[in-house]
Design a protein. Structure first.
Length: 66
């Protein structure tokens, strides 16, 4: 059973057709991300799911749901 997080992030213009794309919602991961994951680690995790580079993702919010 995974752990759910609310996330809000932007895929930067470098990631696609020249326009930033903003996303928010609930994601589920296999292990807790706190306290060892920093912002860059979470951006890399999200980027892998979109087959993008981590610098193409800008994290705005990441919060564990209870």
């Amino acid at each position: 059973m995974g752990i759910k997080y609310y996330t809000h992030f932007v895929l930067t213009a470098d990631a696609g057709d020249g326009l930033d794309q903003e996303f928010s919602g609930v994601v589920e991961v296999n292990q807790p991300t706190e306290p060892r994951f920093g912002t860059k680690d979470i951006e890399a995790l999200l980027a892998r799911n979109f087959d993008l580079r981590s610098q193409d993702v800008r994290l705005i919010d990441w919060a564990r749901l209870q």
